[in-house]
Design a protein around this ligand. Structure first.
Ligand SMILES: [Zn+2]
Length: 184
């Protein structure tokens, strides 16, 4: 019985190995940074469901100081900058969310007529933890921004009164996102 049970063991090991490979294969195809490091992201907000998931993203690194929206006020550097350096988005979805938010913000920024100093936009899960963000924060998708107007804070808050997404007022900054309409 020695040989058949050895063969059986080998077959079972092969089956187990194949099961592991096929289970993890989708992770190998998506969700990794240009450096190949896998970064888990939280479940997406339902309002973002029109955006396709799982595509790789490699941003041209020379575009950092270009406006996100052509002739707009916000640059890719502002959206991707963190204390630890530039946060290269792992997925094209993040790039699309950043673009969507920048496009929505631009008319408000123009109405205010003054610079907005961006303090936090796209965050990696690690950066979000350090910032004390909620685990499903829209910052993880580049769909939320924290900023402080150069001056006239109350006037900017007034201009943003019809912002269609989430709008949070904090002592240190204003938060805007492309989620469902909410005020806090
Ligand atoms: Zn925020």
């Amino acid at each position: 019985m020695g040989k058949p049970s050895l063969l059986l063991t080998q077959v079972l090991l092969l089956v187990a190995a194949l099961a592991i490979v096929f289970h993890f294969f989708p992770l190998l195809c998506s969700g990794h940074t240009p450096e190949g490091q896998f970064q888990p992201l939280p479940a997406k907000s339902p309002i973002l469901s029109q955006v396709k998931e799982g595509r790789d993203c490699e941003m041209p690194k020379t575009f950092l100081d270009s406006p996100i929206v052509p002739s707009g006020s916000f640059t890719w550097r502002e959206a991707l900058r963190g204390d630890e350096g530039i946060r290269w988005p792992p997925l094209l979805d993040v790039v699309e969310e950043i673009y969507k938010l920048a496009r929505l913000m631009q008319p408000y920024r123009e109405r205010s007529g003054i610079p907005w100093r961006v303090t936090s936009w796209y965050r990696t899960p690690e950066a979000n933890k350090r910032a004390g963000g909620v685990p499903n924060s829209l910052h993880l998708w580049g769909a939320a921004v924290d900023f402080e107007p150069a001056r006239n804070r109350n006037q900017v808050i007034e201009i943003l009164s019809d912002w269609p997404g989430g709008f949070g007022i904090y002592p240190t900054h204003l938060h805007l996102d492309t989620g469902a309409r909410a005020r806090w």
